[in-house]
Design a binder for this molecule. Sequence first.
Ligand SMILES: C[S@@+](CC[C@H](N)C(=O)[O-])C[C@H]1O[C@@H](n2cnc3c(N)ncnc32)[C@H](O)[C@@H]1O
Length: 401
Amino acid sequence: MRPLSADALAFFTSDRGRNALSSLADLSSGLAGIEALRARGCSADEAAWLLDQANLRQRALKKLGPEGAGLLFTQEALEQASHRAVSEWRFGRLRDALGPAARVLEVGAATGGDTLALARAGLSVLAVELDPIRAGLLRWNVEAAGFTERVEVVEGDATGRSWPDMSAIYADPARRQEGRRTLSLEEGSPRLSALRGIGCAELLVKAAPGLDPDEVPPALGLAFVSLRREVKEALLAGGSLREHFAAAPGEGRAWILPGGHELRGPIDLPARTGPPGAYMFDPDPAVTRASLIRALGQELNAWQLDPRIAFLSGDTAQETPFARCYEVLESGPHRRKTLAAWVRKHEGSRVDVKQRGLRGDPNELARKLPTRKGGPPLTVFLAQTDQGPLAVLCKDAAPAG
Ligand SMILES: C[S@@+](CC[C@H](N)C(=O)[O-])C[C@H]1O[C@@H](n2cnc3c(N)ncnc32)[C@H](O)[C@@H]1O
């Protein structure tokens, strides 16, 4: 896919370009599509630009829902856009925190994944984008989505100046620098210090889930957000937004989507450890990232197999949005032969290997286990403990009640 040029943007903004874009849905991709567009009077460049958009719109459907099929993107901007389920949750909370009359300064709006979600949440937005092509696409998208009343688009650098009458700042800094990914908040674009320099205390910043929590300034709180057990983002929040989104000092906070469940608790609890009980719990990765394993253990009356390992075990089955629960079938020191014998005994049809603190490829191990068709799916927890490598073979726990 070629980078989107100023000529392509000018074409998309023209009447001819708009007409061609509105008939994109019935195009096949590849050569046949190009020929169909050429037959409709498009130049070779125009046909190629349109086909690129047709391909991007296909991908956008997954991430942004049906609205994505009517917008314009660059490949990188689409990759950077937030998943719709996450932005809807994030900005629903933001609207509840600020009230519907709030006006949000969005720093670095790109092609508008988050901008449109802010507007859909009912907030009014001043969306600033540095890159002129992206700013042009953003304007196009705001118009296509019918939000020109609620969203003002400004092209330029949002930092290094003040923006009067803003209720809050939202930013999702780019994390790629000269082709390489960065986790540092001070290497993002814009930098966290530049965002704070704008001078609005109400600040919400989306950051990489792999960020270093020690880099978060004390004035900001941190939280982790997962969607269907994948950590999608870290959130940094300042001012009154901290209480709405993020942890207080000494705390962790995790948000589990799509349900919007919240786990919040101290991060310095002493370890409670022990051998496997009747059940195992595999915590949601956002709980682990937020250092809330021990807080969750307290809530579930469960313990760790080892103070460094993020698996929990307990004596009672529990349904919780914060962890998956499994019934223990076998446990003992981890040896491949023993594990194979257990799998044979329980006639597992496949084995999901969850491994912490041990070397070796879990997928390769899973492939080599003697499974047979028709049996139950099994899960094995493998963990390094002070007593050596431990294996716990489980099946899914029946839902409580
Ligand atoms: C990760 S993208 C935002 C993606 C967006 N949240 C979405 O969901 O589509 C970050 C954007 O910030 C823009 N940007 C970086 N520094 C900026 C600055 N100082 N002022 C305005 N925009 C900036 C970049 O050009 C880029 O488009």
